[in-house]
Design a protein around this ligand. Structure first.
Ligand code: NAD
Length: 269
């Protein structure tokens, strides 16, 4: 199996990093050839299998990204913006596909990543779940097919620790619905109804946020007309969905030319 792409996971000790390592090890379409973490982390120098509480697997955690990337056909990176910008340059030097799940990137960070993508394949998405990306596309298509007789409502539910509402994914869905209708979301957005709100305005896109317990993330897009309703729904129950999407992107990128891509490209949407 040495002809399958070699994958390096950065931030291997993180929540997503550990999930990515398990996902790569469970796949017969690729090999784990390296794990990188930040200098000074306890896991540097340890076998990753042992560090994660299992049997050794012969891959040692390193803080030398350049050396690790030289052996890789793809780098899957869910770390921090500062780390990701540095990794983008190193992955481009190594001509490895760079899959970026890191969020919170600034415009300057994005410009640096764009520069790296002149020499190598970069796949970046704020939500790597295949299902959510498909839902975004479906929402846009359904909104384009239906007129304003159909009221659009985005309903999301998350765990009780979440501090922002509506969720970033709910806003992505609202943007997709607005794009399908050919309107600007800011002109039709209706969030946070409470009290005597008056009747619903035709053409508005409404948002409702539910918060409770340990809900990982649920999103409904409802198109409600007199006499009928269409509901598009995505339920996330496990962060493994982000890891599976990232691995799919790493494999998809193997035969692509340099440039910046997203999950819509990976899914062929
Ligand atoms: P985490 O804090 O659990 O893990 C971050 C990891 O990055 C840690 O192992 C840390 O040591 C490592 N790291 C930090 N700086 C580093 C450096 N300079 N060099 C090497 N490693 C470094 O965080 P998490 O929950 O795993 O999330 C990581 C990122 O992924 C966040 O930006 C999060 O928002 C994003 N995320 C994206 C998606 C998606 O679908 N795109 C899904 C989940 C999380």
């Amino acid at each position: 199996m040495t002809d399958t792409p070699g994958i390096v996971i950065t931030g291997g000790s993180g929540r997503m990093g550990q999930m990515l390592i398990k996902t790569v090890l469970a796949s017969d379409k690729c090999r784990l050839v390296g794990v990188v973490d930040r200098a000074g982390h306890d896991w540097i120098g340890q076998d990753i299998g042992t560090a994660m509480g299992g049997q050794p697997i012969g891959v040692t955690v390193t803080d030398d990204a350049l050396e690790a990337f030289a052996k890789a056909q793809a780098v899957i990176d869910f770390t921090s913006p500062a780390a990701t910008v540095g990794f983008a340059e190193l992955a481009a030097q190594a001509r490895a596909v760079h899959v970026i799940g890191t969020t919170g990137l600034t415009d300057d960070d994005l410009a640096a990543i764009k520069a790296a993508a002149r020499h190598a394949v970069v796949v970046r998405a704020g939500n790597m779940s295949l299902g959510v990306n498909l839902l975004v596309k479906l929402t846009q298509k359904v909104a384009a097919a239906l007129d304003e007789d159909f009221d659009i409502e985005v309903i999301e539910a998350h765990h009780h620790h979440k501090v922002d509402a509506p969720s970033g994914t709910a806003l992505m869905l609202g943007e997709a619905a607005a794009e399908g209708r050919g309107v600007n979301l800011n002109d039709v957005r209706d969030s946070g109804r409470d009290g005597i709100t008056g009747a619903r305005k035709r053409g508005d896109i409404g948002f409702t946020a539910i918060r409770g317990g340990d809900i990982v993330g649920e999103h409904d897009v409802m198109f409600a007309a007199p006499g009928e309703r269409i509901v598009l729904r995505h339920l996330a129950t496990d962060r493994a969905i982000f890891a599976r999407g990232a691995l799919k992107a790493a494999l998809w990128g193997q035969d692509k030319g340099p440039g910046e891509y997203d999950m819509m490209d990976v899914l062929g949407l």
